[in-house]
Design a binder for this molecule. Sequence first.
Ligand SMILES: C[S@@+](CC[C@H](N)C(=O)[O-])C[C@H]1O[C@@H](n2cnc3c(N)ncnc32)[C@H](O)[C@@H]1O
Length: 370
Amino acid sequence: MHSFRRFQLKPAPRPGKALTSPSSILLYCRRGFEKECAAEILVQTQAAGISGHVRAKENSAHVVFVAHEPEILANRAARLRFDALIFARQRIFASGPLADLPVDDRITPLLDTAAGLQRRYSTLWLETADTNEAKELAAFTRKFERPFAAAAAGLLGGGPQAPRLHVFFLTSTAAYLGYTLPDDSAPWPCGIPRLKLPRSAPSRSTLKLEEAFLVFVDRPETMLRPGMSAVDLGAAPGGWTWQLVRRHIRTTAVDNGNLDPALLDSGLVTHLRTDGFRFRPSRPVDWLVCDMVEQPSRIARLVADWAADGAFRYAVFNLKLPMNRRYEEVERCRGLIEERLAAQGVSHRLRFRQLYHDREEVTGFLELVS
Ligand SMILES: C[S@@+](CC[C@H](N)C(=O)[O-])C[C@H]1O[C@@H](n2cnc3c(N)ncnc32)[C@H](O)[C@@H]1O
């Protein structure tokens, strides 16, 4: 059962003080992608019949959708899947902003608001935007966390499936307060998975594929098994191949460039210096991964071609975005793939996400469903 049913946004009639509906949706995104994040939340809320407007300040790394009727947002929130968003790192049902928090007692108004939204929370995350300016608030949030958590103890301890409490500080005296539902949100503070670059990995890009696996692979024990096969298009110097080899997956690495020799020593890698747009494996593989720097629609067509032939089960591919109309470009690529697979009658699951380790790019995931 989905947690929206268990923790209804709409206050259940219960004894005691009635809960209030959150008025806004707060989204964290990569700095510079506020416009894209705003556009997609407007599309998603409109499709769900929730009217509202967005506040999206350039380079603020967050966007706020303000519902014109919070009750409608509450009633229809279950239609808004976090998974369907591309540019949002986290999505919070929020109240606020609470401005002019008294410096000698920020806790009372924050706690009052938290108690008004949900009865109990599983955990507390104090957060700021992913900008250099906001990072200056980190010292403040670190100091504030302990006294606030102590004061909020009565609201916490709701069990792992209970909503998480988020306080998003704009300044040390202004904040949004809200919650996420654990099975319909990102599982990391600030929506950022803090991954360590493995010492033996040949490139930083390795973290993109590691994050993609964390975000998209919901059954790692069946989807990433030792002995599986993969093709890595645009593999050099080998950061993505490294992630596959680490999981004992036999990999054909396609690139004119050199691969880290340690990968070749693993015995699991075949390096082909050929064009990734021409190569096709002689039989279907479990995984296609593709990080070639090319026009996004060209990559989308390539992935669609492989998928139409059933040449893989799962694919992770990176789309390098143009300077303008970036959201539209991702949707165009989605359309290309969807159209092709619909024409072939191929059942599938397709998702896109701008990962934390992505820059001017997004990552796609395509699973063919038999
Ligand atoms: C961003 S790098 C890949 C980095 C790699 N994923 C890693 O983790 O180390 C892009 C690679 O795509 C390769 N590439 C670009 N066009 C290609 C093509 N048509 N066929 C094969 N490789 C291509 C480039 O040679 C380059 O090594």
